[in-house]
Design a protein around this ligand. Structure first.
Ligand SMILES: N[C@@H](CCC(=O)N[C@@H](CS)C(=O)NCC(=O)O)C(=O)O
Length: 242
């Protein structure tokens, strides 16, 4: 099965959570919007999918995965679908629900990371909401990030994976997403993250282990892994870091 991932080209964004799972599993996939329009792909193909008024199950926003006749949106929903197919989640229903629950909590954190630099509206520029962003980012990095990370650290500590895995005893898509969260927060809020580092030793070690996995290391060194930037969901503005 060749999977088609539809996501905005030029940024990692939420598409990266899906990309990491596809890359770790060495899945056959095409990153459609990054491909040439002359081959029927590119952003035009993404827009066709978003604007298809005949679709019975239209997606609201990217990332979107096409798998044969299925068109699936919402990052956590895509990973719920891909997890068993890519061998990135345990078999038991309780474990799959747990993985999905954690992924939805990660989605909440990612939405808050976005709102730290766009607290009023995603439709306005950052410079149009800088004052509000400063207040929101302070709350995010001093209250919300510690609360989320303390929770995820506790999940690692208490789970059956001996501190090595978020779900079960083997690597899952949640581990890959957790890697991305730690990497993104580290880029966006280096000073704030340096302060909490002492309290998240298991998450820090998980981030390192994922980065060193052969397929992850190859992906991260490739041109397919775009750099973090101030166009992305995790953004570094020195005035928002503490
Ligand atoms: N909850 C959705 C959020 C999707 C989302 O916000 N996608 C962004 C790009 S990362 C987008 O293009 N949003 C357009 C919009 O919200 O109008 C998910 O996790 O996939």
């Amino acid at each position: 099965m060749r999977y088609e991932l539809y996501y905005w080209p030029g940024i990692q964004g939420r598409g990266e959570f899906v990309r990491l799972a596809l890359e770790e599993a060495a899945a056959d996939y095409v990153d459609v919007a990054r491909m040439p329009e002359r081959e029927g792909m590119g952003v035009a193909a993404l827009m066709r999918l978003l604007e298809d008024t005949r679709a019975a199950r239209p997606p609201f926003a990217p990332p979107i995965l096409r798998a044969g006749k299925l068109v699936i949106a919402q990052t956590a929903n895509i990973l719920l679908f891909l997890g068993p197919r890519l061998g990135l989640v345990p078999k038991a229903e309780a474990a799959r629900l747990w993985a999905h629950q954690l992924q939805l909590t990660i989605a909440d954190l990612v939405a808050e990371a976005h709102d730290a630099h766009h607290p009023i509206s995603g439709g306005l520029y950052y410079h149009e909401q800088k004052r509000e962003a400063k207040r929101r980012a302070e709350d995010f990095r001093t209250k919300r990030v510690p609360k989320f990370l303390d929770y995820f650290e506790g999940v690692l500590e208490r789970g059956p994976g001996g501190g090595r895995h978020m779900v079960g005893k083997a690597l899952s898509y949640v581990d890959l997403s957790m890697f991305q969260v730690i990497a993104g927060l580290g880029y966006a809020f280096p000073r704030a993250m340096a302060r909490v580092k002492r309290k998240i030793s298991r998450l820090t070690a998980l981030h390192q282990r994922v980065m060193e996995r052969p397929r992850m290391a190859a992906y991260l060194a490739s041109a397919r892994r775009l750099p973090f930037s101030t166009e992305d969901v995790f953004r570094h503005y020195p005035e928002l870091d503490g």
